[in-house]
Structure formats: structure tokens, C-alpha cells
Design a protein around this ligand. Structure first.
Ligand code: ASP
Length: 506
């Protein structure tokens, strides 16, 4: 058993004692001691974002110029050599992050639960974590609800509704494309999608669960394994704990290498996103009549996300955790920028864990339980988005929801956000589920067929930017949860690690 893993995962005699391990030795720091890097990682990633954005804009502009600003620019841009190169680099970076997610989640949860359960605090920490997740997601949804009802982005200024089924049909191509990518059968979400989330919690086959990204199922199984590992006495228990710790240590070392490449990966991902979206949207005249509504909708989402990110979560950090929110933003900057560019909480998880442990100083025993769980279960930004998007589409079709129907949307948004996978655009499936149910209620009420689900097509087109924003909020809420829970568990050294000696902070 390595020293660092022992320090991090072995039973802690006093729940209040600090358990922050030194950063694990890695290829880059082994034998050298702490050292200050020439250029801090968060600045490197920010520069990557800016350069990637500019390169993407240039590719899009060149494609638009070649096609005379027509919609064919989108087909031209994807064939450009530099675009293919950016895509390759971005894909490699994403795959490298995803490939460590399953071993990282399973081993960290097994070891964390093993550690917590052997101190008989499993129930308490588990309850605190769930309470934090549910309360912050509910607050986020309510912020979205208040804003979408106040701003009313979907309400048309004229006599005609903003959106009709015929207009939505013009976006059918995007819709089919996105549904194919999200793996939805026959172009629509199944009515039982929500029940399937509950079904997924108990996977039949672990290999299938891992292969189909059923992270929730893997988390539940890992918790059970961790719990019984803590009851396994003698040599068997030690051997198995050593085994999981060894895998965990290897994933951390690999994570460290991938993080070094984050500035390049992030630049490549942003370049492809901007190039494609610029070339696709700039000449598209389908939006002209919808533009005001779509812009207002995006502003409502971004405003609500900013309120949650810039006010609610910092207040929780400050009043519940006693933590300086500005220092915490600084500590989380690399993970926030990676979440923004990948639009995936799952892919960002390795960075989130590194930042929370090494830059914010949360102990591994807390972060390795709270964060993997949070990356799947706690999605404040996603829950908020689901609520605003569903109500926007109802408004755009010229209807309003009464109090009980809005309450229904809030509850379904909260529950479905738990099952949404931490991958790009995943929440669109949940929005389809909400719209199907609300649509049926409105049809019964008004006695007409209202094809609400078709309205989701206009979200597909603009989804990427809003996805980037909500994913950053998702992972920030997870990380605040880790800090707050660590504080309530008696950890006192938070943010001490943000110093020149910290590997990532340096
Ligand atoms: N992309 C989000 C995430 O990974 C999920 C979503 O809202 O679509 O957290």
C-alpha cells in the first residue's frame, strides 16, 4: 500500500482530524519536491480557450467566405484540414479524460465508502451530501422558474405565438441529428425514460453498465462494494483494499499527465465548437423571426446560472462553510474552464477532484465520495436549464402553465437532473420527457393537440453554448458541496493548499 493512499483512505480514528494527503508522487514531481511552475495552469487553460476561440472563428469565417455566406459553410468547414486536426486533438483529449472516468469513479467511491463506513459515518456523510445536492438543485430550479416567469422569453409580442409546429419542423434535421447522437430510438424519448433512471440504479451487468456509461448504476454498486469491504476482516480485506488503492493511484498519475495537456485539449475543443457553430448559424435565416425569443431565452438561462454561480453558491460557501468564495473560484478555475470547453461533468471529474484536493485542500476522504457522486447526481445548472427550457417552449407555443403544472415541472426537473449523464447535451432528453408529460396535461386541458416536443428542436441548434455554461455551474456546485461537507466534518485546512507549493496552483 502506498503511503499516500494509506494516508488518504485508511480509517481515521477521529472524525474531526484532518486527512489531507500530500499530492501523490507523479512523474513530474517525484524526487523534485514542490516547485513553482513557470506559468499557472489556469492561465494556460485560459490562453488555450482564447487561442482556440480565435482559431475556430477564423476557420468558420474562411468557410463562410468561400461559400459566399451560405448555409453550405457548415459542410465546408468540417472538411477543412485545420478543422480535422483540431477535431482529432480534441477527441484524443476527451477520450483520455473519459477512459479514466470509470476506474476513477469506481475505485474512489469504493475506497471512500470503505473509509467512511469503517468510521460509522457513512449514513451521516451520505445524508449531508444528499441534503446538499437536493437543496442546491432546488434553489437553482427556483431561480430559473422565477426568471422565466418574469422575463417571459417565449411570449410573443404579436398576436401569433412565437413558435408553431410548422416552424419547429424547419429544425427537424438538427433534431434528428442530435437524437441520433444521444441514442434516442425513433426520434423521441421514451415515456419511461424517468423510470429507466431508477432501473439503471441496479445494473444487471457491470460490463454493460460501464460500456453504456451507466455511471449511476456503477456508483450504487461501488457504494455497496465499499460498504462490504469495510466489513471484510483480515487479509482478504487488506488485499482488496490495496488492490483498489493501487488502481486509484495509477488513475491519479494518469490524470496528472492529462491535466498537463488540458490547455491544448481545451483549445482544440473550443476551436471546433466555434468554427462549426459560427459557420452553421451565421447565414441561417430560419432564426430571424425567432431571434428575439431565442436571445431572450439564452439571456434568461445565463442570468439565472450567473445568479446561482455568483450569489447562491458563494453565500453557501461563506455562511455554511466559512470559506472565502473568491479564493474558491481561484482554486477551481482550471476545472471550471475545462467544464466550459468540454461541456461534460464526467470528463471534467478528474480535474475537479485534483482542484478540490490540491488547490482547495479538501481531504481525499471527503472529495472522493462527494465529487464522483456529484458529477452524476448533482446538476444544478442542468436542473435549472431543464425548467427554463421547458417553460420557454410552452410559452413559445402560446400557452402558460398554472401553479400545479409549474410545480410538476420543478419536481420532474429535479428528479431527471439526477439521472442525466454528465455528457454534452444530455439534458435535452430530460427536457423531452418533461415536454411530453406537460404536453399531455395541456392537451387534456385545452382539448387540442399541442406538439410541444417538436419545440425542443430549436434548443438543439443553440444548445452548445448554454451547455458549456451549465456544465461549469454543475461542477462548481459539486466542488462547493465537497468543501462545505468537509468543513462540517471538522476539516480546517481548506484552501491552505492554494500556495506556491501546490502543484496545480503553482
Ligand atoms: N453537459 C451537462 C454535464 O455534463 C449535462 C447537460 O446538462 O446536458 O454536466
Amino acid at each position: 500500500m502506498t503511503e499516500s493512499s494509506k494516508a488518504s483512505h485508511q480509517s481515521d480514528p477521529s472524525p474531526a482530524s484532518k486527512d489531507t494527503p500530500p499530492p501523490p508522487p507523479s512523474a513530474s514531481n517525484r524526487g523534485q519536491g514542490p516547485r513553482r511552475e513557470r506559468f499557472p495552469l489556469h492561465w494556460q487553460i485560459l490562453i488555450g480557450l482564447i487561442i482556440g476561440g480565435l482559431l475556430g472563428w477564423l476557420s468558420g469565417w474562411l468557410a463562410l467566405r468561400r461559400t459566399g455566406w451560405t448555409t453550405e459553410a457548415a459542410d465546408v468547414v468540417v472538411e477543412r484540414l485545420e478543422y480535422i486536426f483540431y477535431q482529432l486533438v480534441g477527441d484524443l483529449f476527451l477520450s483520455a479524460l473519459f477512459v479514466i472516468v470509470i476506474p476513477l469513479i469506481t475505485t474512489s467511491i469504493i475506497l471512500a465508502v470503505n473509509n467512511i463506513a469503517s468510521r460509522s459515518r457513512f449514513g451521516i456523510i451520505g445524508l449531508k451530501t444528499i441534503a446538499y445536492y437536493l437543496s442546491t438543485s432546488t434553489i437553482a430550479i427556483l431561480i430559473g422558474l422565477v426568471l422565466v416567469n418574469t422575463i417571459q422569453p417565449g411570449v410573443s409580442s404579436g398576436p401569433e405565438p412565437l413558435l408553431t409546429a410548422e416552424q419547429a419542423e424547419r429544425f427537424e434535421g438538427e433534431r434528428q441529428d442530435m437524437e441520433r447522437r444521444l441514442g434516442l430510438p425513433e426520434g423521441r424519448a421514451e415515456g419511461t425514460a424517468f423510470l429507466n433512471t431508477i432501473r439503471d440504479m441496479v445494473p444487471r451487468n457491470l460490463v454493460v453498465a460501464a460500456a453504456t456509461n451507466n455511471i449511476l448504476g456503477l456508483i450504487i454498486v461501488s457504494m455497496v462494494v465499499g460498504f462490504f469491504l469495510s466489513r471484510l476482516k483480515g487479509r482478504q480485506g487488506e488485499v482488496l483494499t490495496d488492490f483498489f488503492e493501487a488502481i486509484y493511484s495509477i488513475t491519479l498519475s494518469i490524470t496528472h499527465v492529462i491535466i498537463r495537456l488540458a490547455p491544448i485539449g481545451v483549445a482544440a475543443l473550443i476551436a471546433t465548437t466555434i468554427a462549426l457553430n459560427y459557420a452553421r448559424l451565421a447565414p441561417d435565416d430560419r432564426f430571424i423571426d425567432l431571434l428575439r425569443g431565442i436571445l431572450l431565452f439564452s439571456a434568461t438561462v445565463v442570468g439565472a446560472l450567473l445568479l446561482h454561480f455568483g450569489l447562491v453558491l458563494p453565500l453557501i460557501l461563506y455562511f455554511v462553510g466559512g470559506i472565502n468564495p473568491f479564493k474558491y473560484y481561484h482554486a477551481m478555475a482550471p476545472a471550471l474552464m475545462t467544464a466550459f470547453s468540454t461541456a461534460s461533468s464526467a470528463a471534467t471529474l478528474p480535474l475537479t477532484m485534483k482542484c478540490v484536493e490540491e488547490r482547495a485542500g479538501v481531504s481525499r476522504k471527503t472529495s472522493s465520495f462527494v465529487l464522483p457522486l456529484g458529477a452524476t447526481v448533482n446538476m444544478d445548472g442542468t436542473a435549472l436549464y431543464e425548467c427554463v427550457a421547458a417553460i420557454f417552449i410552452v410559452q413559445a407555443f402560446g400557452y402558460q402553465l398554472d401553479f400545479m403544472q409549474q410545480l410538476f415541472v420543478v419536481v420532474v426537473a429535479l428528479l431527471t437532473s439526477i439521472g442525466v449523464a454528465g455528457v454534452p447535451s444530455a439534458s435535452l432528453v430530460a427536457i423531452l420527457v418533461i415536454l411530453q408529460s406537460v404536453g399531455r396535461q395541456l392537451e387534456a386541458q385545452h382539448g387540442v393537440v399541442i406538439p410541444l416536443e417538436t419545440g425542443v428542436a430549436i434548443l438543439f441548434v443553440f444548445d452548445r453554448f448554454l451547455d458549456m455554461c451549465r456544465t461549469a455551474v454543475n461542477i462548481f456546485s459539486d466542488s462547493c458541496g465537497a468543501a462545505v461537507i468537509a468543513r462540517t466534518e471538522g476539516e480546517t485546512d481548506l484552501l491552505v493548499a492554494v500556495s506556491p507549493s501546490s502543484k496545480l496552483a503553482s
